[in-house]
Unconditional design. Structure first.
Length: 201
C-alpha cells in the first residue's frame, strides 16, 4: 500500500514538472519586441466655421461635430525591414476641457495633402473606416492612444483623419505645440536581433 502511494506521488510530481517545463519553455520562446516611435511628418485640421482658413501654426488638432472640425496626421514609417507589425498606436495629448469624446481615427488614402495649405474646403476625404474611437470624458493634459490595429504593414507613408460627432469636441497638441506630447506613431515589431536570427527580415 505504501509503495502504491509512493508511486502515485511520484507520478503526480513528474506530471507537475512536465507542465512547468512546457510552460517555461513557451514563455522563453516568446519573441522579444521593440517599439519604434515616429513623429508626425505633417498635421493640421480644417474648420467648417472658417472653411478657407489654414491652421498650420495653431498648435492644436481639433475634432468636433459642431462646428465640424477634422484633424489630419501623416507619418513616414522606416526601419521595419520586413518585420510583421504586432501593434500600432497613435499617441496624442489632450489640450481641451469638457471633451466628452476623443473622436474616431481613420486611415485615409490621400497622402498628398499639404499642412501649409490645408483648409476645411480642400481637406482630404475621410475614405477609410473608423479604426478606433476614444470615449470621454477627457481631461486637459491626458496622454491618450488610438489603437490603429493592422493599419501599418510595411515601410511607407500613412495618413490618418480624426473626426467626431460630439458637439463637445476635443483638441490635441499638434507638432507645432511648444510644450507637451506631440503626435507620435508607435509601432511594435519583433526586435531586429530576433528577426535576423530567425530570418524574418
Amino acid at each position: 500500500m505504501n509503495l502504491r502511494r509512493f508511486d502515485r506521488h511520484l507520478l503526480a510530481g513528474l506530471l507537475w514538472l512536465g507542465v512547468a517545463f512546457l510552460s517555461n519553455r513557451g514563455a522563453a520562446q516568446a519573441p522579444p519586441t521593440e517599439t519604434l516611435t515616429f513623429p508626425s511628418a505633417a498635421d493640421g485640421f480644417g474648420d467648417a466655421a472658417q472653411p478657407t482658413v489654414n491652421f498650420n501654426t495653431d498648435g492644436h488638432l481639433r475634432a468636433d461635430g459642431s462646428p465640424v472640425r477634422v484633424s489630419y496626421l501623416r507619418f513616414t514609417v522606416v526601419g521595419l525591414t520586413g518585420r510583421p507589425v504586432q501593434q500600432a498606436k497613435v499617441r496624442l495629448q489632450v489640450n481641451s476641457t469638457l471633451a466628452d469624446s476623443g473622436g474616431t481615427i481613420h486611415r485615409i488614402t490621400d497622402n498628398a495633402w499639404d499642412e501649409a495649405t490645408l483648409t476645411f474646403e480642400n481637406r482630404p476625404a475621410v475614405d477609410g473606416p473608423g479604426l478606433s474611437t476614444l470615449a470621454g470624458p477627457l481631461t486637459d493634459g491626458d496622454v491618450v492612444e488610438f489603437d490603429i490595429g493592422t493599419a501599418i504593414t510595411h515601410d511607407g507613408t500613412y495618413s490618418f483623419a480624426i473626426d467626431s460627432t460630439s458637439a463637445n469636441g476635443v483638441s490635441y497638441k499638434s507638432a507645432m505645440s511648444v510644450v507637451g506630447q506631440k503626435p507620435a506613431l508607435l509601432v511594435t515589431v519583433a526586435s531586429l536581433a530576433f528577426a535576423v536570427r530567425t530570418g524574418l527580415d
